[in-house]
Unconditional design. Structure first.
Length: 315
């Protein structure tokens, strides 16, 4: 083998190794799966099988599966056997299943308000009750809560009060979990900027993000940026939560967006899958030594598929 050929081979091997590093599935991955797609999977075996095939292809390990009312029906209450079958099916495919609670359909941002507190607790209790009535392979492994008080119209005038009510509600959820004796992991989706708001709650003054981490088992940080590095990147926005959670034996899942957004930097939608994989790999590199790092959650299942289908249609 002459020197020129040897050099070309070494370059090719180096490129392949680099590609393997950049495009391998970085850390654990979850995906938010909202009302329409979740109900389709619950009611239609073909839709469930199609979802499983896609999730395995994309190396997703955890499904945040919507488990509350949609279009006047609440299947986890009225048809629990359908959820039992789907959760068992997903488990047998090697997937973890978290009940996704909260939705735009139900305006669950209002659940922090005193008059909606009981609706919120009943939503959570239905999942706990479901888990007590089904077999071990049919139980939810966790809960992901999507209750976002910053969406409320009164946010700008009552931000602190609403956040205190959000913390009180979280404490009430975890008290229900404790009373149930269950070990499922419970955590909310929270925006990355909560670490910039300090509040006194239960006699302690600190960033709201730290109060939230204290309450729950984990947080899914809505760290919606299309790049890893820099002061406005995935790493910078997650580092304080990651450090605090690590000191308190909690976990942080980094949420990323792939659906369209008017502000381009919020989502990977205007970029390619390869771009996202590169930035996630950089994020893994930054956090792989952190005890709290629990991978990524992609928002959301349908948007993820539409984005990928659009990209592949260009090939």
């Amino acid at each position: 083998m002459n020197a020129a050929v040897k050099k070309r081979l070494l370059i090719a091997v180096g490129l392949l190794m680099a590609a393997g590093t950049s495009f391998a599935a970085p850390a654990e991955r979850a995906v938010w799966t909202w009302e329409k797609e979740s109900y389709a999977m619950v009611e239609d075996i073909a839709a469930a099988d199609d979802a499983v095939a896609f999730l395995r292809l994309k190396k997703i390990q955890t499904v945040y599966l919507y488990a509350d009312e949609f279009q006047g029906r609440n299947l986890i209450e009225s048809r629990p056997e359908l959820y039992r079958q789907l959760v068992r099916r997903l488990h047998r495919a090697g997937l973890q299943v978290y009940a996704l609670l909260g939705s735009a359909y139900l305006n669950t941002e209002e659940y922090v308000l005193p008059e909606r507190r009981q609706a919120a607790l009943a939503m959570f209790q239905r999942v706990l009750s479901f888990n007590t009535l089904v077999g071990p392979d049919e139980r939810f492994d966790g809960v992901n809560l999507d209750i976002e008080p910053h969406i409320l119209a009164q946010w700008s005038e009552r931000k602190n009060q609403l956040l205190l009510q959000f913390l009180d509600l979280g404490q009430a959820f975890m008290q229900l979990k404790k009373a149930s004796g269950q070990s499922l992991l419970v955590g909310p989706a929270i925006p990355f900027w909560l670490d910039g708001i300090e509040l006194e709650w239960n006699g302690t003054n600190k960033p709201v993000s730290e109060h939230v981490i204290d309450i729950y088992d984990y947080v899914a940080l809505m760290d919606y940026r299309d790049h890893a590095a820099g002061g406005d990147g995935l790493i910078s926005h997650a580092k304080d939560e990651m450090a605090y959670a690590g000191r308190h034996s909690r976990k942080v899942v980094i949420g990323v967006e792939v659906t369209p957004n008017e502000l381009l930097k919020v989502s990977f939608n205007h970029l390619t899958e390869s771009d996202m994989e590169r930035e996630l790999a950089l994020t893994v590199e930054a956090f792989q030594g952190e005890k709290a790092f629990a991978g990524f959650a992609i928002h959301h299942y349908r948007g993820y598929r539409v984005w990928l289908e659009r990209e592949h249609s260009k090939d």
